[in-house]
Ligand binder design. Structure first.
Ligand code: ATP
Ligand code: MG
Length: 246
């Protein structure tokens, strides 16, 4: 079996949304169009709009309802305010008409020294079983950042250090246990649907300590990670070597 890269975010999220146990860890997700925008903005105070096929945090837009009538649209480093009724009109100016977009329930990410972060979890399947090779945090550059991608200025930080410096009073051990457990369950599902040997998960922890799946990368990036944690990096390299031999 050869590893296959899967680019569509919807294709990777669908089997997870269909699973009766794992679906509660998946933010509500739909194709973006006028009616889904209206419905999602009624249900959630923050929504994310992302290209179905996209990388490195490019083209991601956040819409937050500020009050009954007013909303805020943030993308790149810009924020504009408009009436909630006009959000669709404003988005048409921002979104690429040639791309398909998803709309997703926004997760209120926990913060480290005031800045939101998500968790990079990498699992590999060199032989028959999935092994955990990497866990670390990606901390956004600013309090107001829309994304936590390294390509957009986020920093990789060791998970222990991040959880020690987290601004919310969470049970760190319990959160970690659940994060790892859910990650294993996610790769079991995705690995049974697609021919995969490595999966990099972007997992979120919200301010209340709930664990969320954000995205699965089938070509995770390890740039610069060797110097962050050599032990974990070696684990990744060993599994990669074994995979290549088969
Ligand atoms: N529903 C969400 N709620 C909160 N933050 C989100 C949500 N979706 C995305 N983000 C933020 O945006 C970042 C990028 O989103 P995502 O990982 O889905 O796309 P991408 O990084 O462009 O794609 P790839 O990981 O393939 O490069 C996430 O790491 C996270 O910080
Ligand atoms: Mg990502």
């Amino acid at each position: 079996m050869r590893h296959t890269v899967i680019r569509s975010k919807m294709k990777k999220s669908s089997p997870l949304m269909d699973d009766p146990i794992i679906s509660r860890y998946i933010p509500k997700t739909d194709w973006f169009h006028t009616s889904s925008l209206r419905r999602m903005l009624r249900a959630y105070s923050t929504v994310y709009i992302k290209p179905d096929i996209g990388r490195r945090g490019n083209g991601i837009v956040r819409v937050t309802r500020r009050n009954r009538s007013e909303s805020e649209i943030s993308y790149n480093d810009k924020t504009i305010r408009c009436s909630t009724d006009d959000v669709h009109y404003e988005l048409q100016k921002i979104l690429n008409p040639n791309k398909k977009y998803l709309i997703q329930q926004g997760i209120n990410l926990a913060t480290y020294h005031g800045r939101p972060f998500d968790v990079r979890v990498v699992l590999q399947k060199p032989l028959r079983r999935w092994h955990l090779s990497w866990v670390s945090a990606k901390v956004a550059p600013r309090r107001s950042s829309v994304v936590t991608n390294i390509a957009k200025g986020a920093k990789d930080i060791r998970i222990n250090r991040t959880l020690k410096g987290i601004d919310q009073p969470l049970n760190r051990l319990e959160v970690m246990r659940e994060l790892i457990d859910v990650s294993y369950q996610i790769v079991q599902i995705l690995g049974s649907r697609f021919p995969l040997k490595i999966i990099g998960l972007d997992m979120g922890i919200d301010k209340k300590g709930r664990v969320w799946f954000i995205e699965a990368n089938t070509r995770p990036d390890f740039k610069g990670l060797g110097s962050l944690d050599l032990k974990q990096y070696r684990r990744y390299l060993e599994a990669k070597k074994l995979t290549a031999r088969r």
